[in-house]
Design a protein. Sequence first.
Lengths: 142, 139
Amino acid sequence: MKAWPALVSGVLFGLGLTLSGMSDPAKVQGFLNITGDWVPDLIFVMGGAVVVTVLLTPLVLKRAAPLMADSFSLPLTAALDKRLIAGAILFGTGWGLSGYCPGPAAVSLLYGYKSTFVFFIAMLLGMSLEGRFSHWLSHSER
Amino acid sequence: MNQYIAPLAGGLLLGLSAIWLLISVGRVAGISGIVWGSITGPDRNWRWLFIAGLLLGGAVTHMVIGQSIPSPSGAPLWLLAISGMLVGIGTRMGGGCTSGHGVCGLGRRSPRSLVATLTFMAFGVITVFVLQLINGVSS
């Protein structure tokens, strides 16, 4: 596969995250604060993004192959298992605590705030420890 | 309504980014997976280029368009560390984040991604609700 198209995609993603306000953790927490002083902005962000992908993804996947790679690399797992749910619960909780998810945190590294670096390093540490954590979780169930 | 034009335009760009990555090289624009794969995976080149582009795109918004840079998170550093750990463990365990499940997965009409998205949105809402309660009590 060619690698350069990923640069184009990254630029669009970085523009989208910052223009939309997703890189502002206060706005994200305001959006999640539905029982308080709700900030509806991110409905438009998620809505805009999902409208595009819902409409265009089926057309793209009708192709036999992508334009510049041999095949599509899509997730193969289909099971609605405990790992999926537990992972989404942990992720959602972490997301609410700071207002950062991986994309906004990555693009916010630009701003040079100590808080973003702490979040990002901790996220990488969490990713590296996930295997052990899952192992411990599956053994503690027995 | 004007205040929602930038969020909508940003959202459309996120969607187009995901579609471009899919049609050009057949990959999913899931940031947690791209970040982790850039360190551990095979095929690191495209992932590093994506991350470089991400930072470049962010810089363009602030330097060229002139949008002001948001304030840092007001959370204490220990809470950010816990938050980051949970996001790191959770995105790997659940196989995606807001972008991989929320933007790309919903586009493929993946049941896994729908369940994951509803779950992490719900727990994001619950967490902020609890934070508000605690702040209300302490202030």
